[in-house]
Each structure stands twice: as structure tokens, then as C-alpha cells.
Design a protein around this ligand. Structure first.
Ligand SMILES: Cc1cc2nc3c(=O)[nH]c(=O)nc-3n(C[C@H](O)[C@H](O)[C@H](O)COP(=O)(O)OP(=O)(O)OC[C@H]3O[C@@H](n4cnc5c(N)ncnc54)[C@H](O)[C@@H]3O)c2cc1C
Length: 426
């Protein structure tokens, strides 16, 4: 029986495995974590709306009833394309077909000081670390006598006016404005500052101008300071440096200004495109390696003159295509070239406020917010997760609350706390 190895059980890998299940092939799924993660809602874990387990689902539960699909939790270190072997921490695994779907990592564009002093959102632990940090800053501020330090503790700088930066800023502003204000009577004279920096002259670049204007207006309305044409120069644990020379005293910097292909791509002896992505052919295979499919964020695929964006629906459609293509090849059938069908994009700014461009129509406000809620609920894996998420959203919406505001320390945060202490005593 031929073996298909899928590396990465994110949005792309999951759809590929689904398409291959029960088709008479030995399908081995490898992932460094034992769960599928719904990254678009990471910011809601970071801002105390959702519990971490609500947006993750065990891979073994997903594949339980998928015939022929097996899972192995392991970190893949490389691929020997000529020997057709995946190299993991423990062994080399031979394959007949390979689907590479390891996604992307945060791109700090070489700014080491920013990498050291900021938070990003890519993994579940990043989201809980950021939530812990935000709530810890409030606790510190409540005990701080020095007004300048208190101000810096309550200043939250977000870099990147794309959907992640906008959604996080909006959710943090609402957490501060409606929930933390009730929790911290000691801070009733201190207004938290949420500053969103964007290097371009507009936020949410892929959306139309009227929707961008709406989003900007809503962010300002809930108290987010949006600074356009403003680029970051560097950072320290308690300071943010801008290119124009401004220094913002702040203990929180959230970086949402870019992603690049997973480092696994670098080691492969194939050409790379922008952001380190691997160029793929019309059938999503690598030139010279017809048995190797690259999908999702890792793949560089141009359609109608532009590269496909790093988005979940792109990864899902690519995953489905790669799985079906392998099945057809095994049957001796031909597969049409891959074509992404764009059903739209959306972003949420806050309560009753979102923007959406779906099936060629534009929506903003309450209707867009309802579309966003329904779509995200439908996309979450697992009935329990959908139910928990719905309950949390409903509870928070009705009572202006956020239940998950717990400080549960992680190792990474301890390290950042230690460097904060060092900066303080220096
Ligand atoms: C904060 C955030 C918000 C986002 N919001 C949206 C949104 O609103 N809408 C949208 O469409 N897209 C959004 N995206 C983008 C979307 O999540 C990605 O485009 C999508 O996840 C890409 O799918 P993928 O299958 O390529 O990779 P991923 O879904 O990232 O999956 C990669 C998998 O590979 C595994 N892996 C990585 N390295 C290894 C290794 N060495 N060995 C074994 N396994 C490994 C990982 O554990 C993971 O399971 C967001 C992303 C982030 C980070």
C-alpha cells in the first residue's frame, strides 16, 4: 500500500487528510502538537474572551473515524527530497507522496530588539502568555505609585493594521473599557492607552476604502489611537521606539505586522519566492518533484497575476485539492489545475462591528458582525468547541463581561518578566 505523509495538521493538512481517508492509501499525519489549532481566534484567547481549549481540537479525535489515517506526534526537522524521506527528531520516514503543510512563522524582518521585547500570536501558548501579561500589567499598575510608570504599564502598543492587529486592538479596548474598569477601582483615574501603529496610510489594506474608513472610525470610537504612516524602529521591554524618533514608554508590545514561510522551507534545495514561500506548479507540486505537494501558507501560487494570500480558506482548498489529486493519480485519472475560489474576507472590530466582503458584496456593522460570528462558529472543529464558544460569546455580549481573565503563568512569560525586572533595576 502506498504511503502518503502529511506534515502539519493545520487548515491545509486537515483537509488533505480528510480527502485521502478511506481511499486505500496509508496516510500518516505528522504534527509537533497533538491538536489542530484555529488560529483566527487566538486573539480572543489573548483578550480573555475564550478559553484556550475552545479553539483547539485533538488530532486523534478528528481522525478517529477516518480509515487509513494514522497520527504521529513529532517535530519534523527536514525532508530528503531525493531519498523521499521525512526526517523527524527520532527517525527517517519514507513516503510515496508528501504533502508539506507546516504553515508560517512570525516575521520580525530582522528586528532582533522587537523579537526579544514583543509578543506575537502564532501558537496557543503565545495567546495565554499575552493574556497573562496584559492582566499582570493591570495588577502591577494597581500597585504602582509612580504615575509615569503606571502610565507605561497601562500602555499597549500594537504593530500592524491588518486583520490580526485590528481585531486584537478592538478586543483589548473593549476588555479595558467594559470589564477591567470594573475590576480595578484603584485605576479609575488612569485611562489605558491602546496604540495601533500602521506603516501604510490605511488599515486593512485588502478591503475597499469605505470599509477601511468604517473600521478606522469604529476603532477610534472605542478608544484605540490609530497612528497611520508610523513605523517601528525598535523596542526595549519598557519602551517602544518609532522611526520618527518618538519614544513611547510601554511595557506591552504586540507584533502583528508580518509572517513568513516556516523555516523548514529554507533547508529545501528548491527556489524560494517572497517571504520564503515555496513556488508550486499549477498542480501544487514542486518542479522536479511530482510526488511532493506544498500547500497553505508555505506555498507560493500566483493566480490572475497575484500571489494567493496566507489565509485559512486558501490552505483548506489547497489541502482538499492535494488529497484529491493523489487519489486521482493512483486511479490513473487526470486532475484539473488548482484554482482558488475566493468567497470573501472579513474582520471584526468589536461589539456589533465588523466588515465583510463576501460573494462580491460589502457589509459593515451589525450584519457583517453576524456573518463573522456564524462563519467562525461553523469553521471551529468539534461540537463542544462550538457550544463553549457560543456560550462565552453570548454571556460576554449580554453582561459586558470576559470570564477568562485568569493569570496562569507560562515559562515564556517568566522569562519576559525576568527581563522586565532587569530593565527596571538597571
Ligand atoms: C493570529 C492569526 C490570525 C489569523 N486570522 C485569520 C483570519 O481571520 N482568517 C483567515 O483566513 N486566516 C487567518 N489567519 C491565517 C491562517 O491561520 C493561516 O493562513 C492558516 O492557518 C494556514 O494554514 P496552513 O495549513 O498552511 O498552516 P497552519 O494552519 O499554521 O498549520 C501548520 C501545522 O504544522 C504544524 N507544524 C509546524 N511546524 C512543524 C514541524 N516542524 N513538525 C511538525 N509539525 C509542524 C503546526 O503545529 C500546525 O499544526 C490567521 C493567522 C494568525 C496567526
Amino acid at each position: 500500500m502506498k504511503r502518503v505523509v502529511i506534515v502539519g495538521m493545520g487548515f491545509g493538512g486537515l483537509e488533505a487528510a480528510r480527502a485521502l481517508a478511506g481511499k486505500g492509501l496509508d496516510v500518516l499525519v505528522l504534527d509537533r502538537q497533538n491538536y489542530h489549532l484555529f488560529q483566527p481566534l487566538l486573539y480572543q484567547v489573548a483578550t480573555a474572551t475564550l478559553e484556550a481549549p475552545s479553539i483547539a481540537y485533538p488530532i486523534r479525535s478528528i481522525i478517529r473515524n477516518w480509515p487509513g489515517v494514522r497520527f504521529q506526534m513529532t517535530e519534523v526537522k527536514g525532508v530528503d527530497l531525493d531519498a523521499r524521506q521525512v526526517i523527524t527528531e527520532e527517525e527517517s520516514i519514507p513516503y510515496d507522496y508528501l504533502i508539506l503543510a507546516v504553515g508560517s512563522v512570525t516575521n520580525f524582518f530582522g528586528m532582533e530588539s522587537v523579537k526579544q521585547s514583543s509578543y506575537d500570536l502564532k501558537r496557543l501558548a503565545d495567546a495565554t502568555a499575552l493574556r497573562n501579561h496584559i492582566l499582570t500589567m493591570y495588577e502591577r499598575a494597581a500597585q504602582e505609585d509612580d504615575p509615569e510608570k503606571r502610565k507605561a504599564l497601562m500602555t499597549f502598543v500594537v504593530v500592524g493594521g491588518g486583520p490580526t492587529g485590528v481585531e486584537f486592538s478592538g478586543a483589548l479596548a473593549e476588555l479595558a473599557r467594559w470589564v477591567l474598569v470594573k475590576d480595578y477601582p484603584e485605576l479609575h483615574n488612569e485611562r489605558p492607552r491602546i496604540i495601533l501603529l500602521e506603516a501604510m496610510d490605511r488599515i486593512l489594506a485588502p478591503f475597499s476604502e469605505d470599509l477601511q474608513r468604517y473600521a478606522l472610525h469604529r476603532l477610534k470610537k472605542i478608544g484605540v489611537e490609530v497612528r497611520l504612516n508610523t513605523a517601528l524602529a525598535g523596542a526595549e521591554p519598557d519602551k517602544v521606539y518609532l522611526k520618527d524618533g518618538t519614544v513611547i514608554p510601554a511595557y506591552t508590545l504586540f507584533w502583528a505586522a508580518g509572517v513568513r514561510a516556516h523555516p523548514l522551507a529554507e533547508a529545501l534545495p528548491v527556489p524560494k519566492a517572497k517571504a520564503g514561500r515555496i513556488p508550486v506548479q499549477q498542480d501544487l507540486t514542486i518542479a522536479g518533484y511530482p510526488e511532493v505537494y506544498v500547500i497553505g501558507d508555505l506555498a507560493y501560487f500566483e493566480q490572475d497575476g497575484a500571489p494567493l494570500p496566507m489565509l485559512a480558506p486558501v490552505a483548506m482548498q489547497m489541502g482538499r485539492y492535494a488529497g484529491q489529486a493523489i487519489v486521482k493519480r493512483e486511479r490513473g485519472e487526470r486532475m484539473r489545475p488548482f484554482r482558488y475560489s475566493d468567497r470573501g474576507t472579513m474582520a471584526v472590530i468589536g461589539r456589533n462591528a465588523a466588515i465583510a466582503e463576501v460573494f462580491g458584496r460589502r457589509f459593515s456593522g451589525f450584519v457583517a458582525w453576524l456573518i463573522w460570528l456564524a462563519l467562525h462558529l461553523a469553521m471551529l472543529v468539534g461540537f463542544r468547541n462550538r457550544l463553549l464558544t457560543l456560550i462565552n460569546w453570548g454571556y460576554d455580549y449580554l453582561l459586558f463581561e470576559r470570564q477568562i481573565r485568569l493569570i496562569t503563568r507560562q515559562e515564556r512569560e517568566r522569562q519576559i518578566e525576568a527581563s522586565l525586572e532587569q530593565a527596571r533595576s538597571a
